[in-house]
Design a binder for this molecule. Structure first.
Ligand code: BG6
Length: 515
């Protein structure tokens, strides 16, 4: 089928291929660099999307040489990268762009050394375009940016060229800390230079939400309170906390997932059409939508939000420990590994439509999907055949895995009897477009290089999301977890989340299982 070319072939009006630049990775010996960033850069290189020339500098404390850093990254790309894996030849060409600069991020001399590296870079035009990636501890974000500024490596309006700063999550841990971080960073860089990451926005299926909604009249006309009964958004993971307890004990599921990934997906599913595909137009609509989310008082949050924590259970037939027995977790930890919420969007389009969000670790399956549940048909013509009403239609946006979209409707069961039952139509990305799906970080890194901020969070957007998260958290502040909030690993969450949804006459739909 023919592709529809939308404006400049993608969202936003920006150059299509990155110009030669330098990339500086702070936190170069860390997990994110190894698992995501360098594999993504390698695949950009393989697909000809890394600018030519381009130099990549890693900055971290460990005493690597260029050679030993490259060797460690080769192993990481072999282990975590998607296919095709590096060959000796492709890796050698890519690795010749990698350089290591050892240094402590709190020490000003590190930035002096980095400046020496950058000034020696040839050709000179490379130094005029620099992407700084902060894959560091969040407590170091402001410090690194300030040091860069003091070393003359980062200015609000560099001429010629550009300097951009990518900030990983978590961006703060509540509204006050996010505001403080925004203030600290914007002393040294402008909002236009700041690219706040939410890697969910880099996923093809998440980007497709806007295409699906705003290029198909048939759905958008029904995308409102008249036709839609409720919305369910599930982001579940089978993995436990793994070796990230240090971070997770401070974060929990609400801060780790709901405040960012789930609210972003929700905004794309429910926002108004933007006036253009311009980054600011899209981000304006997302912020407007987030502002419509009803702010609960602590008492109301207690009724509309449920948390949970996994206890010992079974995954794939193997016993797994409960959260409190995971390495480095406090034995009496009250941190939530699951959160579910019933939200209301107080605007004309969605008034009165409940939106249920849930996310958690050690759940029955790893799946992310949005289910748009339409109202039941009003007519009881088939009541006798459907016992008692025909099932309501549903559109399911399958974000991952088995990426695609499914539509549920009713059909006649073949045969002499008159029987009606729900059937499904599935659109499958892999079947339609082949297995090529760039990793989220490939898309996002390339967007920073071409200067397209559409898939990154604006300062006001992240603050609004934190204000929502803070008010949802207030529902359980300082209250210890109860029995109804514990769930065995491998289940679909705590009993309290069933009560939450039943209270408004609904039930959780188990995510689609496609074979
Ligand atoms: C991260 C969270 O942002 O997203 C992790 O910190 C979570 O806890 C991960 O596992 C999930 O991302 P994905 O892309 O695997 O769905």
């Amino acid at each position: 089928m023919e592709d529809l070319q939308i404006s400049a072939c993608r969202i936003g009006q920006v150059p299509l291929s990155p110009e030669p630049c330098c990339i500086v990775l702070f936190g170069a010996s860390g997990d994110l660099t190894r698992r995501k960033l360098v594999p993504a850069l390698f695949h950009l290189f393989l697909s000809g999307q890394l600018p030519e020339p381009c130099q990549i500098f890693g900055v971290a404390r460990r005493p690597y040489t260029d050679e030993s850093w490259r060797q460690g990254l080769l192993e990481a790309v072999q282990r975590y990268g998607r296919k095709p894996l590096p060959t000796a030849e492709s890796w050698a060409r890519f690795a010749s762009r990698l350089f290591y600069c050892q240094g402590d991020l709190s020490d000003p001399t590190t930035y002096g050394r980095l400046a020496d590296y950058l000034t020696r870079t040839k050709p000179a035009e490379l130094r005029h375009r620099v992407l700084y990636y902060l894959a560091t501890k969040p407590s170091q974000f402001a410090e690194v940016v300030e040091h860069l500024h003091r070393a003359g490596l980062l200015r609000p309006n560099p001429e010629p060229g550009w300097q951009r700063v990518v900030v990983e999550k978590p961006f703060g841990h509540d509204l006050a800390s996010a505001q403080a971080l925004n203030r600290n960073l914007t002393q040294f860089v402008s909002e236009q230079q700041l690219f706040r990451i939410d890697h969910y926005l880099g996923k093809e299926t998440v980007q497709n939400i806007l295409m699906f909604r705003f290029s198909n009249a048939v759905f958008e006309r029904l995308w409102n309170r008249d036709a839609i009964d409720h919305i369910q958004l599930t982001v579940s993971e089978t993995a436990g906390v793994g070796d990230r307890a240090g971070y997770y004990e401070e974060a929990g599921a609400l801060r780790d997932m709901l405040q960012n990934h789930l609210l972003q997906v929700l905004a794309l599913v429910t926002m108004e059409p933007p006036v253009s595909l311009d980054a600011e137009a899209i981000r304006d609509e997302k912020v407007k939508l987030l502002r419509c989310i009803r702010r609960y008082t602590p008492d109301q949050a207690g009724q509309h939000v449920v948390r949970g924590q996994y206890t010992a259970g079974e995954m794939d037939g193997q016993p797994v420990p409960g959260y409190r027995h995971e390495p480095r977790v406090r034995p009496d930890s009250q941190v939530e590994t699951y959160v579910a919420a019933r939200l209301y969007l107080d605007n004309w389009r969605w008034s009165g439509v409940p939106v249920y969000l849930r996310t958690g670790k050690r759940l029955a399956r790893t799946v992310s999907e949005v289910r748009i549940q339409f109202r039941s048909s009003p007519h009881v013509l088939f009541a006798a055949q459907c016992n008692p009403t025909p099932a309501a239609n549903a559109v399911t946006l399958r974000l991952q895995p088995r990426e695609g979209i499914s539509l549920r409707f009713n059909g006649k069961v073949p045969g002499l009897d008159l029987r009606v039952r729900p059937v499904r139509m599935h659109f499958d990305y892999n079947a339609e477009f082949g297995a090529y799906t760039p990793e989220a970080y490939e898309r996002l890194l390339r967007d920073v290089m071409i200067g397209d901020p559409t898939l990154f969070l604006r300062g006001d957007e992240i603050e609004t999301a934190w204000a929502i998260a803070d008010c949802l958290r207030a529902g359980w502040q300082d209250r210890p977890l109860s029995e109804a909030e514990l769930y065995p690993a491998g289940s679909w969450g705590p009993p309290a989340s069933e009560s939450l949804i039943q209270l408004t006459g609904h039930r959780w739909h188990e995510p689609l299982l496609l074979t």
